[in-house]
Design a binder for this molecule. Structure first.
Ligand code: GLU
Length: 476
């Protein structure tokens, strides 16, 4: 997607890394140690399909093992290549450090168009790829824990977990070898929508930061803000849905592979998603106006632009024409290093990928902890919490009895207050807390350091600082 004179995705990540380390005082050599990818494993394997053997190429790249296990999704897409998985693995390192998920960075990919295969064929391919990675400990609850990414979801994760268990029958922690599993196979509630939910929490926290909002030239809250989203996959769909249903945003543009839909009054995200599920794209969708050249809609007037699809979509060829004053990178690497400078020059604020889409790995962390502790969150405390709340309610009711009707509790308050937190509430609370804390650590650098004028550099400074600290603690 990037222009010919644009660096590759991995180079682009390295350039942004270099811009940040130039402002740091790292011991000699440590900078390079952190930047480079530790190892990338390439595997080619055959699967007998439709009467013949088909050969597939897959990768698992480990960027940094300053903490183990290393963590990061597995992508199924035709464009997968070594450069891309290495860039994505590096971003995982910085992402985990920023949100304090105790992992190093990794990423995997398989060159395949999953839409070309039926369920059974995909299961054979996924299990075979998993087998190749498991036997080299590149999937392992203590060493390397994959998760969903583009083209994969909970179904693939369940196959991987099952494959691991078949090959490690006595590993009591086997189910923690992968996250993003279905809830009936060791998953955690709230993981599927976690990345989109994280984008929503990130935006809410951004709009609590008056100085940050002032830099965009906007004011107020999320309510009434117009949003353009590129990619209505798992991340883009959930972000757009939550922002429009819960925060009063208007989704004025949705960009997909086959064009875009626009409506200044706001599109019905659910209706568009259903149309895409049934028709494979937005063409013919009765919602809004169909625009053939989807990329042009990135340049539409709006308050918030959410690229939630591929890397490199905002590059040197279109950056100058982007009008949104605020971009939140729901995808990994949607803005190239060159475009980043052009946008900064224009005064556009970018909430960077390593923070914006960290909701997924954050809830993956909760899932991994749940798997290792072998107990669902809230199982021990929930009823006890309810019983203690009941005590307070009973006491207040006894007191209000003497004070008359004006002092009685509303039924809504009572039912809300009495309900103890279950797994989903705890996951949301943990995610919200993580997104707020990480934003504050990044924003304080942005606002307080005179030599840092963007959130991405601030995010890199925080995360590289944390990775450097762990290397120092290891005595390196
Ligand atoms: N693939 C997701 C990402 O890019 C999630 C990774 C994970 O949960 O480990 O962050």
């Amino acid at each position: 997607m990037s222009t010919p004179n644009e660096p590759s995705f991995r180079e682009s990540v390295d350039i942004m890394f270099n811009r940040a380390v130039a402002l740091m005082d790292l011991p000699p050599g440590l900078e390079e140690k952190i930047r480079v990818c530790n190892a990338t494993y390439t595997v080619r394997f055959g699967v007998r399909l439709r009467g013949q053997i088909q050969t597939f190429t897959g990768y698992r790249s480990v960027h940094s093992e300053h903490m183990e296990p290393v963590k990061g999704g597995i992508r199924f897409a035709l464009g997968v290549n070594q450069d891309e998985v290495e860039a994505l693995a590096a971003l995982m390192t910085y992402k985990c450090a920023l949100v304090e998920a105790p992992f190093g960075g990794s990423k995997g990919g398989l060159c395949i168009d999953p839409r070309e295969y039926d369920d059974h064929e995909l299961e054979l391919i996924t299990r075979r790829f998993a087998y190749e990675l498991i036997k080299r400990d590149m999937i392992n609850p203590a060493q390397n824990v994959p998760a969903p990414d583009m083209g994969t979801g909970e179904r693939e994760m369940a196959w991987i977990a099952d494959q691991y268990k078949r090959m490690n029958t006595t590993d009591i922690n086997g189910v923690a070898c992968v996250t993003g599993k279905p809830t009936n196979a060791g998953g955690i509630q709230g993981r599927t929508e976690a990345t989109g939910r994280g984008v929503q929490y990130a935006l809410r926290e951004f709009f609590r930061d008056e100085d940050g909002v002032a830099k965009t030239g906007m004011s107020g809250t999320l309510d009434g803000k117009s949003v353009v989203v590129q990619g209505l996959g798992n991340v883009g769909y959930h972000a757009a849905k939550f922002l429009s249903e819960e925060d009063g945003c208007k989704v004025v543009g949705i960009i997909e592979r086959d064009g875009a839909l626009t409506d200044p009054k706001g599109l019905d995200v659910e209706a568009v998603r259903n149309w895409i599920a049934g028709h494979g794209g937005v063409s013919g969708c009765p919602e809004g106006t169909h625009i053939e050249n989807g990329a042009a809609v990135l340049e539409m007037e709006c308050d918030i632009l959410i690229p939630a699809a591929l890397e490199g979509v905002i590059n040197q060829s279109n950056a100058a024409r982007i009008k949104a004053p605020l971009i939140i990178e729901a995808a990994n690497g949607p803005v190239t290093a060159g475009a980043d400078l052009i946008l900064k020059e224009k005064g556009c604020v970018i909430i960077p990928d390593m923070y914006a889409n960290a909701g997924g790995v954050t809830v993956s962390y909760f899932e991994w902890v749940k798997n290792l502790s072998h107990i669902r969150f809230g199982r021990m405390q929930r009823r006890q919490e309810e019983a203690r709340h009941q005590l307070v309610v009973d006491e207040l009711e006894r007191l209000s009895h003497h004070l008359g009707d004006a002092w009685s509790m509303t039924p809504d308050f009572k039912s809300k207050y009495l309900r103890g937190a279950g797994e989903l509430e705890l996951v949301r609370s943990g995610l919200d807390d993580t997104m707020r804390t990480a934003y504050q650590s990044m924003a304080s650098v942005w606002h307080e350091r005179g030599d840092v004028d963007d959130l991405r550099t601030a995010a890199y400074l925080v995360s590289i600082g944390k990775v450097a600290d762990s290397y120092r603690a290891k005595g390196l």
